[in-house]
Design a protein around this ligand. Structure first.
Ligand code: NAD
Length: 275
């Protein structure tokens, strides 16, 4: 098994990476930055987002796994004191040539400018916001006009990203076995001119949403942790990425709803009700 480590850059993450190398290399795991089978992210969810974007052209062949060095992360779900256990499980999985993974859907966006179409992928979400003024945009679903948006912005998230920014916007948490994207409004203005649905909506795969920002507006576009200012956007189409998923290595079971409970409600097991 070939692996690489992406770390947050702090001392704790760096030391954990060194420990991990020491633990696995005598057992035949090969450190390979170019074409790893497994990418270990050490840091927080943001580190996993960096790792994803670094390797997003090799999603077919790479599985990700994360150790958190701060509080429990959503993608980084191994604790620092479990590094030895994780190393043992990776060694065993390499020996048996048996790597178990879960696959999560992604959002694909196609940005149309006068120069052509750029395609991008996001693991959590992409957002569109106005810079100097509120965002003004027409939103179409499956080529039909749907609403005229005015407000702070629009967030389009994946199921694994539904627990991130989307959750803060009142969006639903979506199980990643559902191939869907969620559109959530960021502080929309509703009056006689601008009227939006007001509720987050889910689009299944094969549906798409086009956003046409009012022309000559400067836009702030975010793709996960990457933020860019653009004034050349004609439209943005978003949809469930077809045929592309992100794989997470599962060396032990950690069901999605347990992860949600531990990340947001607490570590304590829910007490059984007494009859
Ligand atoms: P970061 O790594 O500090 O992440 C910000 C917070 O989001 C952290 O607490 C992290 O644990 C959490 N997070 C990230 N992905 C998550 C997920 N899938 N499920 C649950 N929690 C998750 O900062 P960054 O590197 O800039 O991360 C960018 C991410 O921050 C974006 O993808 C976006 O989802 C999130 N964000 C959230 C808000 C908000 O909630 N108001 C605003 C902006 C960005």
């Amino acid at each position: 098994m070939k692996y690489n480590v992406v770390h947050r850059g702090d001392e704790v993450s760096f030391q954990l990476m060194q420990t991990f190398h020491r633990l696995v290399e005598p057992h035949g795991l090969i450190h390979d930055e170019e074409t790893p089978d497994v990418v270990l992210s050490i840091g927080g969810d943001g580190t996993m987002l960096h790792a994803f974007h670094q390797y997003k052209d090799q999603l077919e062949t790479i599985a990700f796994v994360g150790i958190h060095t701060g509080r429990l992360g959503f993608f980084a779900d191994w604790k620092p004191d479990e590094v030895e256990l994780l190393a043992d499980m990776m060694i065993e999985s390499s020996r048996l040539n048996d790597l178990r993974v879960v696959k999560y859907p992604l959002v694909e966006i196609q940005i149309t400018t006068a120069q052509g179409i750029e395609t991008q992928l996001a693991l959590n979400e992409f957002t569109l916001k106005g810079v100097d003024v509120t965002l003004m945009a027409e939103l179409h679903i499956n080529d039909e006009p749907f609403e005229t948006f005015r407000g702070d912005g629009i967030c389009i998230s994946t199921p694994p990203g539904s627990t991130a920014y989307n959750k803060s916007l009142g969006g639903a948490i979506v199980h990643p076995s559902l191939d869907a994207i969620q559109i959530a409004e960021i502080a929309s203005i509703n009056n006689r001119v601008f009227r939006t649905l007001g509720s987050p909506i889910l689009l299944p795969k094969h549906h798409h949403c086009d956003i046409y920002p009012r022309s000559h507006q400067t836009i702030l576009l975010s793709l996960d942790h990457v933020i860019m200012q653009r004034n050349d956007i004609i439209s943005i189409r978003s949809m469930v990425a077809a045929g592309k998923k992100v794989k997470f290595a599962r060396f032990r079971p950690f069901p999605f709803w347990s992860r949600v409970r531990e990340a947001f409600i607490g570590y304590e097991p829910i007490q059984e009700r007494k009859p």
